[in-house]
Design a binder for this molecule. Structure first.
Ligand SMILES: Nc1ncnc2c1ncn2[C@@H]1O[C@H](COP(=O)(O)OP(=O)(O)OP(=O)(O)O)[C@@H](O)[C@H]1O
Length: 300
């Protein structure tokens, strides 16, 4: 999945509405995630359709994410995960339907302002300079990849960056050079970068891509640790792999071919039936001590 890093300026005008034929199956394929608690909605997608070049990419996605929930977004290649994440990150608009992020309707508000409240962890962070871990985290405050010219952090901002490096277990790596940091350290530094703005919503876009098993486990521990640090944190983590889900995941949205297969409490949404349907292959889903696994089902 290759969700775009939020661009620095608001995006283009809303595309024209879809015709009925282009919309494809709507209510029939829509799984609604009913609110599990009275917590306020952080994100609401209602009957969202999206098309590219006339081709339907998303078909009737409806889901509500509430404060303090930690969602996983799963589905096979090309299912539409990046496209959904681009709405969650206030990067683009649906062709039809509504998206409310942090109480603001996408298409009616300045997206750049909204993005300042959203932390985005993208393991393909395109940094080309030998910034220190502290400097990388500080670029979260400027919303840039590089440190802007003539910008210098205030003392309290540096303190905040160090605090976030402590949270992700990199307290002793403040001066580490981006070029010499391991993939795992980079991933954790990017979480600190996302957290430095005190986001109301954290998006993790296939954050364990490229990590070896030890680094992956350390990364997942870090993600689980965020919940202890801030139990109210709302997050959405995108992955293809059930093994890459943090134990603290509370809900899941499973999509396939642009439509919802399952949405809701994680233990109900991630089952052998829903994952097999989404990936169009018999897959046995198991959960052991808080972690999920998947293996191809065998005949007999
Ligand atoms: N720029 C584009 N132009 C045309 N079609 C695109 C473009 N980007 C994505 N698509 C199509 O939109 C569909 C959904 O893509 P999306 O990237 O959202 O899926 P994904 O679930 O994130 O996939 P992956 O896991 O492979 O990254 C796919 O069929 C893809 O081919």
């Amino acid at each position: 999945m290759t969700a775009p890093e939020p661009p620095p300026v608001a995006t283009a005008a809303r595309p024209a509405s879809l015709t009925e034929a282009e919309r494809g199956p709507s209510s029939a394929t829509t799984a609604r995630c009913e609110p599990a608690s009275a917590a306020s909605a952080v994100l609401e997608l209602r009957d969202v359709h999206f098309r590219r070049g006339g081709r339907p990419i998303l078909r009737g996605i409806t889901v509500t994410v509430r404060a303090g929930e930690r969602w996983a977004l799963l589905g096979p290649n090309g299912a539409g995960k990046s496209t959904i994440l681009s709405f969650c990150g206030a990067v683009s608009h649906p062709s039809e339907g509504t998206v409310d992020v942090l109480g603001s309707r996408i298409g009616r508000v300045d997206l750049q302002t909204l993005r300042r409240r959203i932390g985005h962890v993208n393991p393909r962070h395109p940094l080309d300079s030998p910034l220190s871990a502290t400097e990388v985290v500080l670029t979260g405050l400027t919303g840039t990849v590089e440190t802007p010219m003539r910008w210098a952090p205030q003392a309290d901002e540096v303190e905040r960056a160090w605090e976030m490096l402590d949270v992700v277990g990199l307290g002793d790596r403040r001066e580490a050079n981006w070029f010499t940091m391991s993939q795992g350290e980079r991933g954790r530094a990017l979480i600190a970068r996302a957290l430095v703005i005190r986001p109301d919503l954290l998006l993790l876009d296939e954050p364990t891509t490229g990590l070896d098993v030890a680094a992956r486990e350390q990364f997942l521990e870090t993600v689980d640790g965020l919940v202890r640090h801030d139990p109210e944190m709302t997050s959405i983590l995108v992955t293809h792999h059930l093994e890459e889900l943090p134990e603290t995941t509370t809900h899941a949205l499973v999509i396939s071919d642009g439509a919802v297969v399952a949405a809701g409490a994680v233990d109900e949404a991630l089952t052998t039936e829903t994952i097999s349907r989404a990936f169009r292959h018999p897959i046995e889903v198991a959960k052991d001590r808080g972690r999920w696994s998947a293996r191809a089902g065998r005949a007999g």
